[in-house]
Design a protein around this ligand. Structure first.
Ligand code: FDM
Ligand code: MG
Length: 214
C-alpha cells in the first residue's frame, strides 16, 4: 500500500480555505481527514487562541511564532501515521502561513529564514493550493481577530509572494503549487477546480511513497 498524500490549502484570511478544505475532504469520500492550523483545541492552541482574540494578551513576536510552530509539531506524528495508513490528509493552513504572518510583522531579525527554521523537519505537502481573493479584506466578520486588518493582510500577501517566488525554490525541493484566484468565483466553481486538480494529482502520483520534508 502506498502512503496517502498531504494536501494543503493556504491563503490570506477569508479567501475560502475552511470552506474548501471541508468540501475537499467530504468529496474524497472517507479517504481523507482534515487538519486545521492553528489547532486551537490543544494546550498550546489555547494560548494561540488567546493571543488572537484578546488584545491585552501580550507575547513577544518570537514567542508566538514558536508556539504556532510547536502547535504543528504537536500533531506531526499523527499526520504521518494517517498518511502511512494510506489515508490522505487535507491541511487548512500550515508552514507557509506560519512564515508569512510572522515575517509580515517586520520584527528585526525575524526574516524568512529565521521564521522558517522551527518548522524544518516537518512533512512537506505533496500538493499546495494558494487561494487569493481581491475582496478578502472586505468579507463579513473581518476585523474581529488580531491580523485581520486590510493593511496587515497586504503585508502578509507580500510575504507569501516572496516565499513562493524565491524563498521556497531556494530553500527546499519544490512541491506542486496551484495558485487560484477565487475573485468572482462561486464556492462550487472553486471546489470543482480544487477537487479535479487533487484527484488528478493523486492518480498521477500514486506511486510516490517517500515522504518529503521542509
Ligand atoms: N497564523 C496561522 C499565524 O500567524 N501563524 C501560523 O502558523 C498559522 C497556522 O493565525 F490570522 C495566523 C493566520 C490567521 C490566524 O488562523 C488564525 P485562522 O485560519 O483564521 O483560524
Ligand atoms: Mg481567521
Amino acid at each position: 500500500m502506498t502512503r496517502g498524500k498531504l494536501i494543503l490549502i493556504e491563503g490570506l484570511d477569508r479567501t475560502g480555505k475552511s470552506t474548501q478544505t471541508a468540501k475537499l475532504v467530504e468529496s474524497l469520500n472517507g479517504e481523507a481527514s482534515l487538519v486545521k492550523f492553528p489547532d486551537r483545541s490543544t494546550q498550546i492552541g489555547g494560548l494561540i487562541h488567546q493571543y488572537l482574540t484578546e488584545p491585552d494578551f501580550h507575547l513577544p513576536d518570537q514567542a508566538i511564532h514558536l508556539l504556532f510552530s510547536a502547535n504543528r509539531w504537536e500533531v506531526a506524528q499523527t499526520i504521518k501515521k494517517t498518511l502511512a495508513q494510506g489515508k490522505h490528509v487535507v491541511l487548512d493552513r500550515y508552514v507557509y502561513s506560519g512564515i508569512a504572518y510572522s515575517a509580515a510583522k517586520q520584527t528585526p531579525g525575524m526574516d524568512l529564514r529565521w521564521c522558517a527554521q522551527p518548522d524544518k523537519g516537518l512533512l512537506k505537502p505533496d500538493l499546495t493550493f494558494f487561494l487569493s481573493n481581491a475582496e478578502s479584506g472586505l468579507r463579513q466578520g473581518f476585523g474581529e481577530e488580531r491580523y485581520e486588518s486590510t493593511e496587515f493582510q497586504a503585508k502578509v500577501r507580500e510575504q507569501f509572494v516572496a516565499i513562493f517566488d524565491t524563498f521556497e525554490e531556494a530553500a527546499y525541493k519544490k512541491s506542486h503549487i496551484v495558485f487560484l484566484d477565487t475573485t468572482n468565483q462561486s464556492i462550487t466553481q472553486v471546489h470543482e477546480l480544487v477537487h479535479s486538480a487533487t484527484t488528478e494529482f493523486i492518480r498521477k502520483n500514486a506511486e510516490i511513497d517517500e515522504f518529503m520534508y521542509f
